[in-house]
Design a protein around this ligand. Structure first.
Ligand code: ZN
Length: 142
């Protein structure tokens, strides 16, 4: 575990940004990771752009930190841009290149740990589901 990973994950897990309900949300999706017990819901206010995003729920430090980082990273993006970012984060969490991803690069720290990769991706998968308008909860085990 490198320093960036430690500092960023601990900071965001202790003080998650954009945590709670979202007034004016027009899309939501739940994500569950039964292996770890993570359960979060992502709320969006989105049309051409993601105007606001929040999340609520409970999870481990990696899950909460990743969700917190996600809310900061996707605010203001178009749905297509957000979709591309989700793909980059998938690659990053699997050990890929994190160039120009800022604090999100910390998520690369989970790459040696497949179980933790699921925790890190949960919020991003829920974001994708919310953008797609999927009503059912997404699960890391389906
Ligand atoms: Zn977890």
């Amino acid at each position: 575990m490198n320093d960036l990973y430690q500092k960023t994950i601990v900071d965001h897990a202790r003080r998650p940004r954009n945590f709670g309900q979202l007034a004016g949300a027009n899309r939501s999706a739940q994500g569950v990771n039964p292996l770890c017990g993570d359960e979060i819901t992502v709320h969006l206010s989105a049309s051409d752009r993601i105007e606001a995003v929040s999340f609520e729920g409970a999870g481990c430090a990696v899950c909460l930190a990743s969700a917190s980082l996600m809310t900061l990273a996707v605010s203001g993006l178009s749905p297509a841009e957000a979709g591309r970012l989700v793909q980059r984060v998938r690659e990053l969490v699997a050990g890929g290149d994190g160039a120009n991803l800022g604090d999100l690069q910390a998520l690369q720290g989970v790459s040696p740990f497949p179980a933790r990769q699921k925790c890190a991706l949960l919020a991003w998968r829920a974001l994708e589901a919310a953008l797609a308008g999927e009503a059912a909860a997404v699960s890391t085990e389906l």
